[in-house]
Design a protein. Structure first.
Lengths: 238, 234
């Protein structure tokens, strides 16, 4: 039995760039199970929060504590960036890359990659250079590449921005399946419908501050803050 | 006018009939420049990658120096190599002056900064693109460098080809350190200079055709690689 990396505690976290606080001070807890949706208007700090949790942004103050040393947890984390990073290789080699990094046999890794591509309807593009894919295909590829090592937790930064309904449905199905297989999910979005469909709990950010957070059903039924109420009512919040 | 026309025809025949002098000179040119490209690439490609990835104290200064070295006049490089290799110079004991080795040394000095600079830019761009992903996947330093070199291989080939293009057409430095000695250090460019001076346009033009052919082939290859690169085909 591998010891778990969650729950996670973030306390008093502040991310500063050139003296300006982009995030925090903010507190956050991530339980072992669930799908956390991070909501908030553009520039609220969603990306900064996810990157800080994943260790890509240095904290100026505060700390984030996992159940294991960070370097060990990183091996069991994955991140899907807002703009998917397409390596200049074929779709198959993009998918196989994380496996080969971990020392998998190359042939075996490519075989697995081929199977994973099939699961999201990328079989037709398996030998195409990844940068040639459409926007939705790129997002699906980035998502599968992040999931292929079966991470304990995956961070997704607005994976469905600019996608059409069908691609959104496919991506949500993959996420639900990953969650069922035991992957903890933390996802930024400003699509309230998507938040309602997927969230088990919600973090609502504005101007780098956690305005409200908690269980999704309670949040959507009765938001505690006027800002969250305005967001859910469909008003413009900024 | 008729002189030039006759020269063109004669030069063309030399090429078609694979004239012995012409073949010898062409092969020596290729030997010198290809050797220089291989040596320069072995130095410059890792150097370019290193400069793109590693932060160290004098990184900016090193890059500025590299760019400055790219603009070195070949004639001056030739002069310096000449002084170093001449009998009274520090490396005079090796007796390298007026040998193909001296020409290779001069060309390595001329094209290394060019190759390193192009490689640096290419790797830097890919690194900027891949940075977050490679950190996120907790890659080791070795894995990062291997990934960037592999995914940047087309750009690196382009860099080496550009070095070849610069080396094969260069005349100033190899004239000085090679001496344009018949059957020993005569190459395409120095032979053209000599034959033109003597008024033997047939051989000069024949050699010119080959030089132009090589230059076009190199540029075509660079263009083709750039094309596949920008279309994302590889
Ligand atoms: N590299 C940066 N330098 C300075 N400010 C930045 C940088 N990146 C983002 N910001 C600012 O930080 C704030 C939060 O950004 P971000 O986390 O990207 O928000 P979100 O993802 O919610 O749109 C914004 O005001 C943005 O302008
Ligand atoms: Mg963002």
């Amino acid at each position: 039995m591998v010891s778990p990396i969650l729950p996670l505690q973030m306390r008093g976290a502040v991310v500063r760039r050139r003296g300006k606080a982009l995030l925090g001070p903010a507190d956050l807890d991530l339980s072992e199970k669930g799908l956390t949706i991070v909501m908030g208007p553009n520039g609220a700090g969603k990306t900064t929060l996810l990157r800080a949790l994943h260790g890509l942004e240095r904290l100026s103050e505060g700390q984030i504590s996992w159940q294991l040393p960070f370097a060990e947890t990183l091996l069991r984390q994955a991140f899907v960036f807002q703009t998917p990073v397409m390596m200049r290789r074929s779709v198959r080699d993009n998918l196989a890359y994380p496996l080969i990094l971990r020392g998998s046999d190359k042939k075996q890794a490519r075989q697995t990659a081929t199977e994973w591509a099939a699961r999201v309807g990328l079989s037709h593009a398996i030998d195409l250079p990844a940068p040639q894919l459409s926007g939705g295909e790129k997002q699906k590829l980035a998502l599968m590449r992040a999931l292929i090592r079966s991470p304990d937790i995956i961070f997704l930064d607005e994976p469905c921005a600019n996608l059409d309904g069908r691609a959104i449905r496919e991506i949500e199905a993959i996420l639900i399946e990953a969650q069922a297989n035991g992957t903890r999910i933390v996802m930024a979005t400003h699509d309230i419908g998507q938040a309602k469909r997927l969230a088990s709990d919600v973090v609502f950010l504005m101007r780098g501050q956690v305005i409200e957070s908690g269980e999704a059903s309670a949040f959507f039924a009765g938001p505690q803050t006027p800002q969250a109420a305005a967001l859910l009512k469909g008003d413009i919040v900024e | 006018m008729t002189e030039i026309w006759e020269g063109l025809v004669a030069g063309f025949w030399l090429v078609v009939t694979l004239d012995a002098d012409l073949v010898e000179i062409t092969l020596r040119s290729l030997q010198v420049t290809l050797s220089a490209v291989v040596i320069a690439s072995v130095i410059a490609l890792p150097l370019g990658a290193f400069l793109a990835i590693r932060r160290f104290r004098h990184r900016r200064a090193t890059i500025a120096l590299l760019n400055a070295l790219m603009g070195l006049p070949p004639v001056v490089v030739g002069l310096i190599v000449y002084l170093l290799l001449s009998r009274s110079g520090p490396f005079g004991v090796f007796g390298l002056l007026f040998t193909p080795t001296a020409m290779i040394i001069a060309q390595v000095i001329i094209i290394t900064p060019l190759i390193a600079s192009i490689a640096h830019q290419a790797i830097r761009d890919i690194w900027a693109e891949y940075h977050d992903l490679l950190i996120s996947l907790s890659t080791t330093k070795r894995q990062r460098i291997a990934t960037l070199l592999w995914d940047g291989r087309r750009a690196l080939i382009t860099a080496s080809l550009a070095g070849f293009g610069r080396g094969i057409g260069e005349v100033g430095a190899i004239m000085i350190v090679g001496g344009n000695i018949d059957n020993a250090t005569r190459v395409l460019t120095t032979a053209i200079a000599l034959e033109t001076g003597k008024g033997d346009f047939a051989l000069a033009l024949g050699l010119g055709f080959i030089l132009i052919g090589l230059a076009i082939a190199v540029n075509f290859a660079i263009h083709a690689i750039g094309q596949t690169e920008s279309e994302g085909k590889w």
